[in-house]
Design a protein around this ligand. Structure first.
Ligand code: SF4
Length: 217
């Protein structure tokens, strides 16, 4: 059972840290549901730094689902030969086609409609709802799972997102600030509470269960 005091402290410290440590990416500077969809497809298995330049080029050429689904797939995929994104671009074209045919070119704004798109799973749907539409929906991947598990002292077998951690993440979301909180979680997992954690730079160190039980003893 997670106490209210520990939850509030976590949110407060995390958001405070993020104010000065937010990572800058082109898809964060101009957020739309479509831009978020494109970025999330590219980021599925490719590090953000490698995707950034290509993303800008892609969005400039294919700024909406209509342009993308009417383009020649061979031309579109030829843009990314060095990044290994071919398969994901083909899914993206297919998803754009469905968006144009079934949703009149508008990116769906419900979880079930998003999940009906080719290549869109639970994580991508939550990312579009939160980061693209600004809804208070938690984004939980393996990295966020790692942070929650360590800080709140869940069993180390909880390495993958599960119902319990998803409920915890939903409970933590500050009302009206869900997208800020999710960005902060993703950045914190990437920069501080990494696989090899940087405890010495962590603003949460004084209240972290993992640190007090396993590191500082
Ligand atoms: S103290 Fe270490 S384990 Fe705990 S949240 Fe910070 S970086 Fe992660």
């Amino acid at each position: 059972m997670v106490s209210d005091a520990k939850s509030s402290k976590f949110v407060e410290l995390l958001l405070g840290w993020h104010e000065h440590n937010r990572r800058v990416f082109p898809w964060r500077e101009y957020r739309t549901p479509y831009n978020t969809l494109v970025a999330e497809f590219f980021l599925q298995r490719t590090p953000a730094d490698r995707v950034a330049g290509f993303y800008c080029q892609f969005i400039q050429k294919y700024p909406d689902p209509f342009t993308l689904c009417s383009a020649d797939p061979n031309v579109v995929t030829s843009l990314s030969t060095q990044l290994g994104l071919k398969k994901r671009i083909l899914w993206l074209i297919e998803a754009s086609r469905v968006i144009c045919e079934r949703f009149s070119g508008r990116i769906p704004d419900t979880n079930s409609d998003l999940r009906s798109l080719p290549g869109v799973g639970c994580y991508t749907a939550s990312a579009i709802l939160s980061l693209g539409y600004g809804k208070d929906v938690a984004i939980v991947d393996v990295n966020v799972t790692r942070v929650l598990t360590r800080f709140f002292g869940y069993s180390s077998s909880s390495r993958k997102p599960n119902q319990e951690l998803e409920s915890l993440a939903e409970m933590l979301l500050p009302k009206g600030k869900g997208s800020d909180f999710n960005e902060a979680m993703l950045d914190f997992a990437a920069l501080i509470c990494r696989k090899k954690p940087r405890h010495e730079d962590c603003p949460l160190i004084d209240c972290c269960t993992f640190y007090s039980h396993f590191v500082s003893v």
